[in-house]
Design a binder for this molecule. Structure first.
Ligand code: C2E
Ligand code: MG
Ligand code: MG
Length: 447
């Protein structure tokens, strides 16, 4: 259904359609934007230009809003000069641009010859699921936002929740700022050690992206990677990440230290971009880095997306000598059969299962980690526990047989120079491990 068919369709029907779309959005984990708008001073237009011309303006507005609809989106003319529209978006950073594009288009002059009429509009915007989970209430929310726009003089967009507007604005600003970030050299990488908790030896590092924003300071990848994914900038940034990892490996090697594999996070669009493996090989050759020094971290949900093709890419990566880790394991997908089909080396247990794993109140976590350990054992996979912060978590994981640990307990992500220092000096976190042991011994726990 592209839109509800006729102008004048009743509000109830529209709400029914909103409810249907809400179910779909819930299933897809996406958002709905409800727009409600009317013309400021419509009565005056009617009086001055006559009903025929006013109707022409309304028809133009309706066809303009319809021209902006994508699949499954709706527009409805509720009567008089009242319109509603429902937009489907995957990401909150789309809010600002979708709303302002439609607003700008609707405000373009309408030709009602011999004069031209420039509509002034009051726009109310509400968002599902943030503003309401109920179809009728969401329409009401957009209506009250529209009313508020009117009371403030009209000719403006008003969001039901100011918080959402602030978020939408911030996301669209971030998106703009991200445009030149690579060129301006605002990205850098940190490296977090993965440690063998039996010996304290560093087995590898995970490369983690950071953005030094000129005004806001360092921004977490959780905030900006979804935007990079959305506008496909992740392809260029992803290439840069690989070059940067290879450059660092080359530098550490030239400094005469023994290097260990670096895990690189690869996001969905990067992985699926044609020529992904070839580009990696090019970058590695450029820096003369051995493929076995690169481990690719990829999430389950990314792999499940379109099975056969992904297996082929993974096989290619394996055949050139890289290893593959499944990141955030346990959070993405319910079927485990893919573990047999995909050429995987390591499961990284998500931090959410590690936090307080030793605590009886979190017994589900202990159950999940135990099950993952059994699974990895029978499928001959390595396991890394992510986000280990306390000695108690470490002792519990150790008892379950999970020995490779990544987390603040051993080390936060480190700068390139600090990695070199670590590799040059001890190559191990034995000092930290000894302290952890002392703590545990005091409480009669191992290791
Ligand atoms: P991830 O790949 O699961 O990375 C692990 C995250 O957990 C990192 O957050 C790390 O700093 C954090 N962490 C590690 N140990 C602890 C701990 O003991 N306690 C707590 N509270 N956190 C811990 P970070 O660096 O903020 O990265 C977040 C996510 O952003 C990553 O999750 C990954 O999905 C994504 N990301 C980071 N760098 C890249 C990148 O270069 N490319 C892509 N595509 N994604 C990246
Ligand atoms: Mg990761
Ligand atoms: Mg992870």
């Amino acid at each position: 259904m592209k839109d509800l068919p006729q102008p004048g369709v009743m509000r109830e029907r529209f709400i029914g359609a909103v409810v249907t779309q809400m179910r779909q959005a819930k299933a897809n984990d996406s958002y709905l934007l409800l727009l409600r708008f009317d013309i400021d001073g419509f009565r005056k237009l009617n009086e001055q230009s006559g009903y025929l011309d006013a109707d022409r303006v309304l028809t133009v507005l309706f066809s303009r809003i319809k021209s902006q609809l994508l699949e499954n989106e709706l527009a409805c003319w509720l009567g008089a000069d009242e319109f509603v529209s429902l937009l489907c978006i995957n990401n909150k950073n789309e809010i600002e641009s979708r709303v302002s594009t439609i607003y700008a288009l609707l405000r373009e002059p309408c030709d009602i010859s011999p004069v031209s009429f420039q509509p002034r509009l009051s726009f109310g915007v509400a968002l599902y699921p943030d503003d309401s989970l109920d179809g009728g209430e969401l329409v009401l929310a957009a209506e009250s936002a529209q009313q508020y726009a009117k009371t403030r003089g009209g000719a403006q967009i008003n969001y039901y929740s100011n918080k959402i507007h602030q978020q939408a604005l911030q996301l669209s600003r971030l998106e703009k700022d991200l445009q030149g970030a690579l060129r301006r050299k605002e990205f850098y990488l940190l490296y977090q050690p993965k440690v063998d908790s039996t010996t304290g030896i560093v087995k590898g590092f995970e490369a983690l992206l950071r953005w030094q924003h000129p005004e806001r300071g360092v921004i977490s990848p959780l905030e900006f990677i979804p935007i990079l994914e959305e506008n496909r900038m992740i392809i260029d940034v992803g290439d840069w990440i690989f070059s940067e990892v290879c450059r660092a490996l080359d530098r550490w090697k030239k400094a005469g230290v023994e290097v260990v594999p670096i895990s690189v996070n690869v996001s969905m669009h990067q992985f699926k971009q044609p020529g992904f493996v070839e580009r990696l090989v090019d970058i590695l050759q450029q820096y003369d880095v051995e493929t076995k020094l690169i481990d690719i971290e990829i999430t389950e949900s990314c792999l499940m997306d379109d099975g056969q093709e992904n297996i082929a890419i993974l096989n290619q990566l394996k055949s050139i000598g890289m290893s593959i880790s499944i990141d955030d394991f346990g959070t993405g997908y319910s079927s485990l059969s893919y573990l047999k089909r995909f050429p995987i080396d390591t499961l990284k247990i998500d931090r959410s299962f590690i936090t307080n794993v030793h605590n009886r109140r979190e017994s589900d976590n202990a159950g999940i980690v135990t099950a993952i350990m059994a699974l990895s054992h029978s499928l001959h996979l390595d396991v890394v526990a992510e986000g280990v912060e306390s000695a108690h978590e470490l002792a519990f994981l150790y008892a379950l047989g999970c020995r490779t640990i990544q987390g603040f307990l051993f080390s936060k992500p480190l700068k390139e120079d600090a990695v070199l220092e670590l590799l040059e000096t001890s190559f191990s976190m034995a000092g930290t491990l000894a302290k952890v042991r002392q703590q545990l011994q005091a409480k009669e726990l191992t290791p």
